[in-house]
Structures are given as C-alpha cells and as structure tokens.
Design a protein around this ligand. Structure first.
Ligand code: TPP
Length: 638
C-alpha cells in the first residue's frame, strides 16, 4: 500500500499530495474489505465515508479539533488514519481494537459511541466545556441521515439553536439507515438532494403571487428576475435554517474538489453550521453497493462472492421469532409489530412483507416506538415491539410509565439479550433482567431453545398485560420446531431432571450448558438436578422453596449482570420464607462493562460455558477431588 502504509497520524496524511488522495481512498477501501472479510463488522457505512473522513482529517486538526462520530460504527477510516493502521487487523477481536470510538483506545476518539443519536448532545457539552476553558478548537459532529431520526438529535438541535455556539454538523446522507431510511425527515432530505423541494416551493410561491389581484403578474416578473434571492429565501436547508443553523449543501461526499473548499469555508463560519454531504453506502464494493442493508453489518465473508463463510442450517432465534409472529398474526388480528429501524436485524422483515399495514418502522426512535405501542394497545391491539435488549434501555421510562403502569398488553421481543460478542460493551444486552424485573405488572420469560421461543411468544400475545421475552444473538440449539404452539403456565418452571446433591436453576440460553455441566459433574461424582426457570418474573416461588428444602444447595445461572438479576429473583423467595439454611451461589456476569470478543471466548472467560459452570458448582460444594487447573487458568485470564 503505497500511501496508506506511510500514515501514522493525520500529520502524515497532510503530506500526501491532493491529487493522490483518490488513490489513498482506494487503498483504504481495500484494507477495510480485506480486514472486515475476516473479522466481520460494519462494512457498507465505512466504504461510504472514506473521502469524507480523509477530508475531515486533512482540513481539521484532530485531536485538538474534536470529531464526534454518531453511533461510531463508521469510524474505521478514522481509526486507520489516527494511529491504528497497524492494529486494524485486530478489529473487534478480543484484546484488539474496538469497532466503535473509545477514548480509552485513542486520544482521537472523543467519546464512547455505539448507540445512535448521542453525538450532538455530547458535542454541545464539549463545546460548553471548551468555552469555559477559553479554548478555540473546533467541534465537529458526523451524523448519518438514519441517526437524524433519533429523538435525542432533535433535542440537541433545539438546544444548539438556542446556544448559538460554533458547532459544525456534517450530515452524512446516504439515504439509508440500516435499511432504507424512513419518515418525514428522510423524505425531506431526499427532496433536498433531488432539488424537488426547491422546485415545489418555487411553484407554490409563483402561484401565490400570481393569484394576487392586479399586481400579481408584474410582481412575478420582478420575482423571476430576482430568482437567486428567491432561491436564497427558499433554500434547500430551510428546515435547518429555521432551527438556527447555517445550511451548506448538498455536496458530494466522494469528490475531494467539493469537500475541500466547502470544509475550508465553513471552518471560518461562526455559529451552528450544518453541511449536507451526499454519499453512497457500500461504495466501490459491488455486492455492498447492490445491497447496502445486507452489508451494513456482516460476519466474515468471501471477498470474491461477498457470501458469508459460515452458514449454519440451524435457524437463528431472530428468524424463529420473525416466522412465529408472522404465523400467529394469521389467526390473531390484534397483533401489530413495531421496529426501531431494524426490520432485518429483528427478523420482522418477513412480517412487514406479509402484513404491510400491521407493521411500523418508527426509525431510530425506541422511546417513541414503545409509547406508540402503548397507544395502539390502549386502542385494543396487541403490539409486539421488537427491539434489541441494549437499545430498549433507551425506553425504560416509556415501559414503566406508559406500558406497565397502565398494564397494557404489549409484548417486548428482546433480541440480542446477553452477550453479543464482537460489538462489545455498547451492545451487550446484559442489563435487561435488572432493568425490567422491578417493574410492576410485567412478566419476563427467556426460552431455553428456539422451540420454546415459539411457545413463549404464543403465551405472550395471549397475555392481557405487559410481557417481555429475552433471547440471545445467533443460532438456536438445533431442536425441532413444533408446529403446535403451547400456552405456558405463567410463572412455572420446568424440572429437566432431578439429582441428589445440588439444584442448578438456569434461565434461557444457560439451560443447555447447565445440562452439559451436570454431565461433567456426574463423572466427578456430583449428582446435580437441572431446572429450566422459564420465568424471571413471576419467578416460580413454590418450585424454588421445594428445591431449597430438598437440596439445600442451589446454583443459579444467567447470562446477565448479577446485580438485580435472575439469581437475585431466586434469593428473594428464600428470604421471604426465611429459608436461611440454604446455600446459594449465583453464576452470571460481574458488575462491570464486558469487553468485546467472540461469545465463545467471553463465555469461557466469565465461566458461562459447561466446564465453567461445572467448575463453579464443584468449588461451591467444596468437593475435595476438585481439579483446580481450569479455574486457575480462567482466573489468570481475568
Ligand atoms: C439507539 C440505537 N438504535 C439502533 C441502533 C442500530 N443501528 C446502528 S447503525 C444504524 C443506522 C444508522 O444509520 P445512519 O446514521 O444513516 O448511518 P449509516 O450506517 O447509513 O452511515 C442503526 C439503526 C443503534 N446503534 N442505536
């Protein structure tokens, strides 16, 4: 790589002659494709932002000038240009560089990112801090048109117009969120790009002037002569101008001859400025250009064909959810579904094709989506809100105040609950048990396998109150999917098998590893019972009491944080019933943000695989013939 290999910081970038920058852009695209084809990651968004990132680092002076990347999934080019070229092959790998900006990774990363729509608010805070310290550095936000649908961005725009500080907002408009962008703002931006908005406003204004009796026609002639000033008044960025921003654009985000003069000019402007940059998602990699939604986030793939390397025949939980809810909707007309900009990711695209009138993509608007569901429920429908566990954190108050308080029949389908792997701490769904469990009225379930997910969904859409189902990322365990759905008894667990020494009560995807752990323990002379809890709330109190009386040793296993989690839910009935002679150990995630790495690695590190669970049970029972090697190794790695 002729140019790329010379760049260790933006200073080196500035040594490259302007006319050679297209070649550098080509090299960067090749590097990104090469690495992401092995590590997986956010491909299409990064291929679309190469020239814009080069231009920003050329014109501005990071890290003094602060660049804030909304979501941060598009910051690979930025990482490559800011001293992480050599480490780029470790992208998203355990111990390697993160797929998102992280200030603890580089001084060029100004803020932790991962969830959409936070950039403007963070930037305004940084701007205030800058001014209080009497510094002069620039603060630049880079935000996609998809992220512009997030409510927080409107709150930030509103505040920015009031503060009137020198903020530069670069709107990276590729007309795509993950899927095609939705909503009124998106169609507004589309009209700006095509010039349709200007033509429409112009036509309407002309008609208005024409209709003024007597003076209309002569006025129109004058106005036509002053076309440019009319254009100025009715400029494409009207919406942003009204909010107090100077609007610049739209300009091409792939042409250095457009980007450079524009960025140079806006550098001199004061007050809030918005530059509307038009880019192409997946640029210059044909499979990604053809289907940018499929290449938004990819697993490892073959560069030539663009096809994923590993294709399991076992369906994902996501797919089973999408198929089941579509099937249930055939006979239950009350079912409507809601996605927050993730119809593919949540498995709802199949539902949206089959029932377009019963599906809503609300944009990246989780809070709105939940209260919108509450409204639909209060009107007699049963909304199924499919939002990843981590993104549903946004809507905590809406779940509490709008759904649970009114005891409305809304189902929360929480995909990616537990560890999600390579996307790391911003995306792990490890808090949902704790942030939902204390809310009155809601019931919470977690299936042990993909078949049980079907029955839970069926139970949930027939339940007359709020319910949540948490299920993990990835493929199921490969069990048969029964075609007849079963209503589960609310709050009842399932005894998988009895034992004599200890009872392992597991929830969700921890049930099968616990069964496997019991097999390991058997060989070591320990006879463990395994229970599939099914319900986190209401937890099966009578079963817990009887297990406590029989075994006196109880282990709980969950893929979530221990603080306020499922294990805590098991402890509560023991306390309520004063069963103080029972020994309990909770296995789950510690009180920290879990790093990125493959799910398998993380399970191993945190003892959430069968050998780890077996080891913990054994230590807990203080069995003398314990083989400590594995636990020792695990602790060393921690
Ligand atoms: C709160 C939240 N909801 C959903 C997501 C998932 N998500 C990641 S990127 C993205 C689309 C962003 O679109 P845009 O800002 O236009 O960026 P592009 O990828 O098109 O460059 C979504 C929905 C998220 N990161 N945060």
């Amino acid at each position: 790589m002729k140019y790329l290999d010379t760049i260790n910081s933006p200073k080196d970038l500035k040594k490259i002659p302007l006319e050679e920058l297209p070649n550098l852009a080509k090299e960067i695209r090749e590097r990104i494709i090469e690495v992401v084809s092995k590590t997986g990651g956010h491909l299409a968004s990064n291929l679309g932002i190469v020239e814009l990132t080069i231009a920003l680092h050329y014109i501005f002076d990071a890290p003094d000038d602060l660049i804030i990347w909304d979501v941060g999934h598009q910051a690979y080019v930025h990482k490559i240009l800011t001293g992480r070229r050599d480490k780029f092959h470790t992208l998203r790998q355990h111990g390697g560089i993160s797929g998102f900006p992280r200030p603890d990774e580089s001084p060029y990363d100004t803020f932790n990112m991962g969830h959409s729509g936070t950039s403007l608010s963070a930037a305004l805070g940084m701007l205030e801090a800058r001014d209080k310290k009497k510094r002069k550095n620039k603060v630049i936000v880079v935000i996609g048109d998809g992220s512009m649908t997030a409510g927080m961005v409107f709150e930030g725009l509103n505040h920015a117009g009031d503060l009137k500080k020198d903020i530069i907002v670069i709107l990276n408009d590729n007309e795509m969120s993950i899927s095609r962008n939705v909503g009124a703002i998106s169609s507004y931006l589309g009209k700006v790009i095509t010039g349709e908005l200007y033509t429409k406003v112009k036509k309407e204004t002309e008609q208005l002037i024409k209709n003024i009796p007597r003076i209309g026609e002569p006025m129109l002639k004058v106005a036509k002569k002053a076309e440019e000033s009319v254009k100025g008044l009715m400029g494409p960025g009207m919406l942003f101008e009204e909010l107090g921003f100077k609007y610049v654009g739209p300009i091409s985000g792939h042409r250095f001859d457009h980007l450079f003069p524009t960025l140079e000019n806006i550098k001199k402007l004061n007050g809030p400025v918005l530059v509307h940059v038009v880019t192409k998602k997946g640029k210059d990699y044909p499979p990604a250009e053809r289907d940018p939604a499929a290449y938004h986030g990819v697993p490892a793939f073959d560069i030539k064909t663009g096809l994923p390397l590993n294709k399991s025949t076992i369906p994902t939980y996501t797919k089973v959810f999408g198929q089941t809810i579509s099937k249930l909707a055939e006979t239950n007309e009350k079912i409507v579904t809601i996605s927050a900009a993730m119809p593919e990711g949540t498995g709802l695209s199949i539902f949206s094709e089959r029932y377009p009138d019963r599906f809503y993509d609300v944009g990246i608007a989780e809070q709105h989506g939940v209260t919108f569901a509450a409204g639909l429920a209060s009107g007699g429908f049963h909304p199924v809100v499919a939002i990843y566990s981590t993104f549903l954190q946004r809507a905590y108050d809406q779940i509490a105040h709008d759904v649970c308080l009114q005891n409305l029949p809304v189902t929360f389908a929480m995909d990616r609950a537990g560890l999600v792997g390579e996307d790391g701490p911003t995306h792990h769904g490890t808090f949902d048990i704790s942030y939902l469990r204390h809310l009155p009225n809601i019931i919470i379930m977690a299936p042990k396998d993909e078949d049980e997910l079907q029955h839970m969904l069926y139970t949930s859409v027939n339940y007359q109150g709020p319910s949540a189902i948490r299920y993990p990322r990835g493929t199921g365990v490969g069990v048969e999917l029964r075609s007849h759905f079963r209503l589960l008894e609310i709050g009842k667990g399932e005894i998988i098998f009895e034992g004599s020494d200890v009872a392992i009560i597991a929830i969700g995807n921890m049930v099968y590893p616990s069964i496997e752990a019991a097999g390991i323990l058997k060989k070591r002379g320990i006879d463990a019972a395994v229970i599939n809890a099914r319900f986190i709330k209401p937890v099966d109190e009578s079963l817990i009491i009887s297990l406590a009386n029989k075994y006196h040793n109880i282990i709980t296993v969950e893929e979530g944080v221990l603080a306020g989690g499922f294990g805590s839910a098991v402890l509560e009935p023991l306390e309520r019933n004063s069963l103080s002679d029972v020994k309990v150990k909770r296995i789950g995630l510690p009180d920290k943000f879990i790093e990125h790495g493959s799910i398998k690695e993380l399970h191993n590190i945190y003892g959430l695989d069968a050998p780890g669970i077996a080891q913990d049970v054994q230590s807990f029972l203080s069995i003398k013939n314990e083989k400590p090697l594995r636990g020792l190794l695990r602790n060393l790695r921690l």
